[in-house]
Design a protein around this ligand. Structure first.
Ligand SMILES: [Zn+2]
Length: 297
Protein backbone atom coordinates (compact mmCIF):
# COMPACT_ATOMS: atom_id res chain seq x y z
CA UNK A 1 0.00 0.00 0.00
CA UNK A 2 1.13 3.50 -0.73
CA UNK A 3 0.92 5.61 2.40
CA UNK A 4 -0.79 8.98 2.27
CA UNK A 5 1.71 11.84 2.18
CA UNK A 6 1.34 15.57 2.42
CA UNK A 7 -0.92 18.20 3.90
CA UNK A 8 -3.11 18.98 0.92
CA UNK A 9 -6.79 18.72 1.83
CA UNK A 10 -7.97 18.18 -1.75
CA UNK A 11 -5.54 15.33 -2.29
CA UNK A 12 -6.63 13.90 1.01
CA UNK A 13 -10.30 14.01 0.14
CA UNK A 14 -9.56 12.42 -3.27
CA UNK A 15 -7.73 9.56 -1.61
CA UNK A 16 -10.38 8.96 1.05
CA UNK A 17 -13.69 9.32 -0.77
CA UNK A 18 -15.65 6.74 1.19
CA UNK A 19 -15.65 4.86 4.48
CA UNK A 20 -14.52 1.85 2.45
CA UNK A 21 -11.31 3.64 1.34
CA UNK A 22 -10.55 4.28 5.00
CA UNK A 23 -11.30 0.71 6.11
CA UNK A 24 -8.95 -0.52 3.42
CA UNK A 25 -6.22 1.80 4.68
CA UNK A 26 -6.73 0.57 8.25
CA UNK A 27 -6.69 -3.09 7.31
CA UNK A 28 -3.42 -2.62 5.43
CA UNK A 29 -1.83 -1.07 8.51
CA UNK A 30 -3.36 -3.53 10.94
CA UNK A 31 -2.19 -6.61 9.10
CA UNK A 32 0.98 -5.24 7.49
CA UNK A 33 2.99 -8.00 9.20
CA UNK A 34 0.44 -10.65 8.33
CA UNK A 35 -2.70 -11.96 10.03
CA UNK A 36 -2.75 -13.98 13.20
CA UNK A 37 -6.02 -15.02 14.80
CA UNK A 38 -6.48 -13.24 18.13
CA UNK A 39 -8.25 -16.27 19.60
CA UNK A 40 -6.27 -19.30 18.42
CA UNK A 41 -3.16 -17.86 16.76
CA UNK A 42 -3.79 -19.49 13.39
CA UNK A 43 -2.61 -17.52 10.35
CA UNK A 44 -5.05 -18.77 7.67
CA UNK A 45 -8.06 -16.53 6.98
CA UNK A 46 -10.84 -15.48 4.61
CA UNK A 47 -11.51 -11.83 3.82
CA UNK A 48 -15.13 -10.77 4.23
CA UNK A 49 -16.94 -8.20 2.11
CA UNK A 50 -16.47 -5.57 4.81
CA UNK A 51 -12.73 -6.41 4.94
CA UNK A 52 -13.00 -8.19 8.28
CA UNK A 53 -10.97 -11.38 8.47
CA UNK A 54 -12.28 -14.75 9.59
CA UNK A 55 -10.00 -17.39 10.99
CA UNK A 56 -9.97 -20.66 9.02
CA UNK A 57 -9.80 -22.76 12.18
CA UNK A 58 -11.98 -21.15 14.86
CA UNK A 59 -14.08 -18.79 12.67
CA UNK A 60 -13.34 -15.78 14.86
CA UNK A 61 -14.04 -12.64 12.82
CA UNK A 62 -12.06 -9.50 13.42
CA UNK A 63 -12.73 -6.12 11.83
CA UNK A 64 -9.93 -3.72 10.94
CA UNK A 65 -11.24 -1.38 13.65
CA UNK A 66 -11.50 -3.99 16.41
CA UNK A 67 -9.35 -3.22 19.46
CA UNK A 68 -7.88 -0.10 17.87
CA UNK A 69 -8.71 3.48 18.83
CA UNK A 70 -11.33 3.40 16.05
CA UNK A 71 -13.16 0.66 17.95
CA UNK A 72 -16.91 1.38 18.13
CA UNK A 73 -16.53 4.63 16.27
CA UNK A 74 -20.12 5.75 15.83
CA UNK A 75 -19.90 8.47 13.24
CA UNK A 76 -18.18 6.84 10.29
CA UNK A 77 -14.56 6.24 9.53
CA UNK A 78 -14.25 8.92 6.87
CA UNK A 79 -15.16 11.66 9.32
CA UNK A 80 -12.72 10.15 11.81
CA UNK A 81 -9.97 10.21 9.18
CA UNK A 82 -10.66 13.85 8.37
CA UNK A 83 -10.50 14.79 12.04
CA UNK A 84 -7.17 12.94 12.36
CA UNK A 85 -5.92 14.72 9.26
CA UNK A 86 -6.79 18.12 10.69
CA UNK A 87 -5.39 17.36 14.12
CA UNK A 88 -2.07 16.20 12.67
CA UNK A 89 -1.50 18.50 9.72
CA UNK A 90 -2.72 21.90 10.88
CA UNK A 91 -0.47 23.91 13.13
CA UNK A 92 -3.07 24.70 15.74
CA UNK A 93 -5.55 21.86 15.75
CA UNK A 94 -9.12 22.74 16.49
CA UNK A 95 -11.62 22.76 19.33
CA UNK A 96 -14.28 20.10 19.87
CA UNK A 97 -16.93 22.73 19.13
CA UNK A 98 -15.41 23.57 15.74
CA UNK A 99 -15.00 19.88 14.94
CA UNK A 100 -18.64 19.22 15.84
CA UNK A 101 -19.84 21.94 13.48
CA UNK A 102 -17.55 20.96 10.62
CA UNK A 103 -18.35 17.25 10.70
CA UNK A 104 -21.94 17.23 11.87
CA UNK A 105 -21.42 15.35 15.13
CA UNK A 106 -22.26 16.38 18.68
CA UNK A 107 -19.68 18.30 20.64
CA UNK A 108 -19.44 15.49 23.15
CA UNK A 109 -18.79 12.91 20.44
CA UNK A 110 -16.15 15.16 18.91
CA UNK A 111 -14.50 15.73 22.29
CA UNK A 112 -14.38 12.01 23.11
CA UNK A 113 -12.91 11.07 19.76
CA UNK A 114 -10.34 13.87 19.92
CA UNK A 115 -9.21 12.63 23.32
CA UNK A 116 -8.63 9.22 21.77
CA UNK A 117 -6.52 10.82 19.09
CA UNK A 118 -4.52 12.57 21.81
CA UNK A 119 -3.93 9.19 23.45
CA UNK A 120 -2.37 8.03 20.18
CA UNK A 121 -0.26 11.19 20.12
CA UNK A 122 1.33 10.46 23.50
CA UNK A 123 5.07 9.94 23.55
CA UNK A 124 6.27 6.34 23.68
CA UNK A 125 8.92 7.52 26.18
CA UNK A 126 11.30 5.16 24.42
CA UNK A 127 13.62 7.82 23.05
CA UNK A 128 14.75 10.07 25.92
CA UNK A 129 16.45 13.34 25.02
CA UNK A 130 20.21 13.07 25.39
CA UNK A 131 21.59 16.37 24.04
CA UNK A 132 21.33 19.93 25.37
CA UNK A 133 18.12 20.09 27.36
CA UNK A 134 16.53 23.05 29.17
CA UNK A 135 14.01 22.33 31.92
CA UNK A 136 11.59 24.83 33.47
CA UNK A 137 8.15 25.06 35.03
CA UNK A 138 5.13 27.19 34.22
CA UNK A 139 1.50 27.56 35.25
CA UNK A 140 -1.71 27.54 33.21
CA UNK A 141 -5.06 29.13 33.99
CA UNK A 142 -6.21 31.37 36.80
CA UNK A 143 -5.39 35.07 36.58
CA UNK A 144 -2.43 35.94 34.40
CA UNK A 145 -0.06 38.18 36.28
CA UNK A 146 2.39 38.56 33.43
CA UNK A 147 5.06 37.12 35.67
CA UNK A 148 6.87 34.00 34.57
CA UNK A 149 7.80 31.18 36.85
CA UNK A 150 6.54 29.36 39.89
CA UNK A 151 3.23 30.37 41.32
CA UNK A 152 1.50 28.82 44.28
CA UNK A 153 -2.01 29.92 43.30
CA UNK A 154 -3.97 26.71 43.82
CA UNK A 155 -6.29 27.42 40.87
CA UNK A 156 -3.42 27.32 38.45
CA UNK A 157 -2.25 24.11 36.89
CA UNK A 158 1.43 23.52 37.39
CA UNK A 159 3.53 22.15 34.59
CA UNK A 160 7.12 21.03 34.16
CA UNK A 161 8.57 21.03 30.67
CA UNK A 162 11.78 20.23 28.82
CA UNK A 163 13.20 21.33 25.53
CA UNK A 164 16.05 19.78 23.62
CA UNK A 165 17.94 22.36 21.56
CA UNK A 166 19.64 21.82 18.23
CA UNK A 167 23.21 23.07 17.80
CA UNK A 168 21.67 26.26 16.38
CA UNK A 169 19.54 26.79 19.47
CA UNK A 170 16.29 25.79 17.73
CA UNK A 171 13.65 23.42 19.04
CA UNK A 172 14.50 19.78 18.51
CA UNK A 173 11.97 18.27 20.87
CA UNK A 174 9.63 19.52 23.54
CA UNK A 175 7.64 17.78 26.28
CA UNK A 176 5.36 19.08 29.02
CA UNK A 177 3.77 17.37 31.96
CA UNK A 178 1.30 18.43 34.65
CA UNK A 179 2.62 18.20 38.20
CA UNK A 180 0.99 18.74 41.58
CA UNK A 181 3.66 21.00 43.04
CA UNK A 182 7.20 22.18 42.39
CA UNK A 183 8.91 19.68 44.67
CA UNK A 184 11.89 17.63 43.50
CA UNK A 185 9.69 14.54 43.52
CA UNK A 186 7.22 16.13 41.08
CA UNK A 187 9.85 17.78 38.89
CA UNK A 188 11.52 14.43 38.50
CA UNK A 189 8.56 13.28 36.35
CA UNK A 190 9.90 14.95 33.24
CA UNK A 191 13.38 13.52 33.82
CA UNK A 192 12.17 9.97 34.26
CA UNK A 193 9.92 10.11 31.22
CA UNK A 194 11.91 12.08 28.72
CA UNK A 195 15.51 12.80 29.70
CA UNK A 196 18.52 10.52 29.44
CA UNK A 197 21.07 10.63 32.26
CA UNK A 198 23.67 11.51 29.59
CA UNK A 199 21.85 14.75 28.65
CA UNK A 200 23.36 18.13 29.50
CA UNK A 201 20.52 19.73 31.41
CA UNK A 202 20.18 23.40 32.29
CA UNK A 203 17.64 24.74 34.81
CA UNK A 204 17.17 27.97 36.71
CA UNK A 205 18.32 28.15 40.31
CA UNK A 206 15.23 26.64 41.91
CA UNK A 207 16.28 24.38 44.78
CA UNK A 208 13.83 21.67 43.69
CA UNK A 209 16.31 20.57 41.04
CA UNK A 210 19.19 20.01 43.45
CA UNK A 211 18.25 16.51 44.62
CA UNK A 212 17.77 15.44 40.99
CA UNK A 213 21.29 16.52 40.09
CA UNK A 214 22.60 13.50 41.96
CA UNK A 215 21.56 11.34 39.03
CA UNK A 216 21.40 13.83 36.18
CA UNK A 217 23.95 16.18 34.73
CA UNK A 218 22.30 19.49 35.74
CA UNK A 219 23.75 22.98 35.50
CA UNK A 220 21.79 25.69 37.32
CA UNK A 221 21.99 29.26 36.05
CA UNK A 222 20.01 32.43 36.84
CA UNK A 223 16.88 32.67 34.71
CA UNK A 224 17.36 36.40 34.18
CA UNK A 225 13.61 36.74 33.58
CA UNK A 226 13.70 33.99 31.00
CA UNK A 227 16.43 35.64 28.93
CA UNK A 228 18.73 32.68 29.56
CA UNK A 229 16.07 30.23 28.36
CA UNK A 230 14.81 31.99 25.27
CA UNK A 231 13.83 29.06 23.04
CA UNK A 232 12.09 27.38 25.96
CA UNK A 233 10.24 30.51 27.00
CA UNK A 234 9.07 31.14 23.45
CA UNK A 235 7.56 27.68 23.31
CA UNK A 236 6.01 28.00 26.79
CA UNK A 237 4.38 31.17 25.56
CA UNK A 238 3.11 29.30 22.48
CA UNK A 239 1.62 26.40 24.39
CA UNK A 240 -0.12 28.72 26.83
CA UNK A 241 -1.58 30.93 24.15
CA UNK A 242 -2.62 27.84 22.14
CA UNK A 243 -4.54 26.48 25.14
CA UNK A 244 -6.09 29.86 25.84
CA UNK A 245 -7.20 30.66 22.30
CA UNK A 246 -8.23 27.20 21.10
CA UNK A 247 -9.76 25.79 24.23
CA UNK A 248 -10.21 28.77 26.59
CA UNK A 249 -10.48 26.27 29.44
CA UNK A 250 -9.02 22.81 29.93
CA UNK A 251 -9.68 20.62 32.90
CA UNK A 252 -6.96 19.44 35.19
CA UNK A 253 -7.50 15.79 34.33
CA UNK A 254 -7.23 16.27 30.57
CA UNK A 255 -4.40 18.77 30.39
CA UNK A 256 -1.73 16.15 29.71
CA UNK A 257 -3.74 15.04 26.69
CA UNK A 258 -3.57 18.57 25.28
CA UNK A 259 0.16 18.60 25.87
CA UNK A 260 0.38 15.28 23.99
CA UNK A 261 -1.24 16.95 21.02
CA UNK A 262 0.89 20.08 21.12
CA UNK A 263 4.17 18.19 21.55
CA UNK A 264 3.28 15.59 18.95
CA UNK A 265 2.94 18.27 16.27
CA UNK A 266 5.95 20.33 17.41
CA UNK A 267 8.18 17.26 17.54
CA UNK A 268 7.18 16.27 14.03
CA UNK A 269 7.40 19.62 12.32
CA UNK A 270 10.25 18.18 10.21
CA UNK A 271 8.19 15.19 9.11
CA UNK A 272 4.83 16.77 8.28
CA UNK A 273 4.68 14.86 5.03
CA UNK A 274 4.09 11.54 6.74
CA UNK A 275 2.46 12.76 9.94
CA UNK A 276 -1.05 11.60 9.00
CA UNK A 277 0.12 8.06 8.29
CA UNK A 278 2.10 8.07 11.52
CA UNK A 279 -0.98 9.11 13.49
CA UNK A 280 -3.28 6.53 11.87
CA UNK A 281 -0.69 3.82 12.50
CA UNK A 282 -0.57 4.81 16.17
CA UNK A 283 -4.39 4.78 16.33
CA UNK A 284 -4.40 1.24 14.93
CA UNK A 285 -1.56 -0.14 17.03
CA UNK A 286 -2.82 1.31 20.29
CA UNK A 287 -5.29 -0.65 22.40
CA UNK A 288 -8.88 0.57 22.38
CA UNK A 289 -9.93 2.88 25.19
CA UNK A 290 -13.50 3.36 26.37
CA UNK A 291 -15.27 6.65 27.04
CA UNK A 292 -15.39 5.69 30.68
CA UNK A 293 -11.62 5.31 30.77
CA UNK A 294 -11.24 8.72 29.13
CA UNK A 295 -13.56 10.43 31.58
CA UNK A 296 -12.11 8.76 34.65
CA UNK A 297 -8.40 8.78 33.89
ZN1 LIG B 1 -8.73 -18.71 15.21
Amino acid sequence: MEIFKGQNLLEFSDRFKTDRDCIEYLSNIKWEDGYKCRKCGHTGFQVRKNLSRTCNICSDTESPMANTLFHKNKFGLRKAFFICFEMSSTTKGLSARQTAVRYGVTERTARMFMHKVREAMASSENFPMDGDVDVDEFVVGGKETGKQGRSYDSKKKKVVCALERTKEGKVKRFYAHKINDFSAKSLRTIFTKHIDTKAKVTTDEWKGYRPISREYNIKQIPSNNGMNFQALHTIIHQVKSWLRTTYSWVSEKHINRYFNEFCYRINRSQSKDTIFNNLITRMVKQEKISQKQIICS
